[in-house]
Design a protein around this ligand. Structure first.
Ligand code: PLP
Length: 428
């Protein structure tokens, strides 16, 4: 058994300081039980906890760390920028640099605004979509998470689901009254909403590959139909690519499916481990944002030079197509190996993967929506999670979260992970 006494004592101290001892609920291990680990450092694909134990990290800060921990080029970019100042509250050239990289990878984005988190990006995108259409209602999908903005906290996937909160108290009913929710991958349900509320429907927002109920890809016909229906209806289609952007392909979901939304929201990878978000898309819509237009949205630290520097050093590597090819073949080998290991032990799992996002679902059925995800055996997942942790493998602490992969994970980590998985599957 690994010794984790220091994490345990830090956690008990933290419980006196923070609600539940954490500063974001998914970190608290509530759905798998046990005490969350405190980490003191990370290097490459590895994390070191407060007791000095080493883990191969497949959480990667929930997605942002495409180049692993403390990548020398990211650290150097941060050091250089820090010595020149950490915030100007005024424009700086780095914003242009990062925006250009994003727009080269996602050519559909004509105009962009940087914010400080994915939550801010989605809230702002909805605001501008409502202003553009002069309509109020929005449609989201069960199990899709778009940050913690009040009007999104309806059937919102992992964090909320894991805690068993149907909706969050503190959100007044009128705030969610304009939020419609239907099952993911259900074209018929979208069609019905549009028939019934079409002339009130400002936006449809979705994760084009859902990562927040575990990885559940949209079916191609579904996205195509939603695109056609929203276009005919004059409704703004928003792809929430905060997680999928630069994770499912170097150009995000648009590249995977060949479908162009009107607006895109970004976060996670574009900050390379620092706090950033962005929203952007058609110029005609983005022109409404202040100061060009009347839709107010602002941020003291938006476009922060440190965050831009980390984003440039992280995202810039994807401009070289070999980076993505290496990522894709590395994660494919890992997932193929895990499937084989599970198969050999007779444990029923479905490993769902798109690009560098993946989930080991403990079920024998493909998962295509929230109902399907909920059929997974969460007790078995918890046993697998703790088994892997003991073997030095850090997986997301919930059945309903995506795992990730980075450019610094190699065959060495794949071999270690497969050896661990064979042991753990055998004991389940
Ligand atoms: C993480 C996430 C968000 C929220 O981003 P934060 O930076 O945590 O506010 C929004 N949408 C999706 C799809 C996400 O995965």
């Amino acid at each position: 058994m690994k010794t984790t006494t220091r994490s345990e004592s830090l956690f008990s101290e933290a419980r006196g300081l923070f609600p539940g001892g954490v500063n974001s609920p998914a970190r608290a291990f509530r759905s798998v039980g046990g005490t969350p680990l405190f980490f003191q450092s990370g290097h490459g694909p590895y994390l070191i906890d407060a007791d000095g134990n080493e883990y191969i990290d497949f959480v990667l800060s929930w997605g942002p760390l495409l180049r692993g921990h403390a990548h020398p080029e990211v650290v150097e970019a941060l050091r250089t920028q820090a010595s020149r100042g950490t915030s100007f509250g005024a424009p700086s050239e780095r914003e242009i640099e990062l925006a250009r990289i994003i727009m080269r990878l996602m050519p559909g984005i004509e105009s962009l605004r940087f914010v400080n988190s994915g939550t801010e990006a989605t809230m702002s995108a909805i605001r501008v979509a409502r202003a553009y259409t002069k309509r109020d209602k929005i449609l989201k999908f069960q199990g899709n998470y778009h940050g913690h903005g009040d009007f999104f906290l309806v059937q919102a996937g992992s964090g909320v689901a894991t805690l068993g909160l149907p909706d969050s108290p503190g959100v007044p009913a009128p705030v969610t009254a304009d939020t419609l929710v239907v099952p993911y991958n259900d074209v018929g349900a979208v069609r019905e909403v549009i028939q019934r509320y079409g002339n009130e429907l400002a936006a449809v927002i979705l994760e084009p590959v859902c990562g927040n109920m575990g990885v559940v890809p949209a079916e191609e016909g579904f996205l195509r139909a939603v695109r056609d229906l929203t276009r005919e209806n004059g409704t703004v289609l928003i792809f929430d690519e905060v997680m999928t952007g630069f994770r499912v392909a170097s150009g995000g979901a648009r590249e995977v499916f060949g479908i162009e939304p009107d607006l895109v929201t970004l976060g996670k990878v574009i900050g390379g481990g620092l706090p950033v978000g962005a929203y952007g898309g058609a110029r005609e819509i983005m022109e409404l944002v202040a100061p060009e237009g009347p839709v107010y949205q602002a941020g003291t630290l938006s476009g922060n030079p440190l965050a831009m520097a980390a984003g440039i050093a992280t995202l810039g590597t994807l401009l070289d197509t070999r980076t993505w090819d290496a990522l894709e073949s590395g994660i494919r080998d890992l997932v193929d190996g895990l499937r084989l290991a599970a198969h050999e032990t007779g444990i029923p799992v479905r490993i769902q993967r798109v690009g560098t996002m993946w989930t080991v679902f403990f079920t024998d059925q493909p998962v295509k929506d929230w109902e399907g995800a909920r059929r997974a055996d969460t007790d078995r997942f918890a046993a697998w999670f703790h088994g892997m942790l003991q073997e030095g493998i850090y997986m997301p602490p919930s059945q309903f979260e995506a795992a990730f992969y980075s450019s610094v994970h190699s065959e060495v980590e794949t071999e270690k992970t497969l050896a661990a998985a064979r042991n753990v599957f055998r004991r389940l």
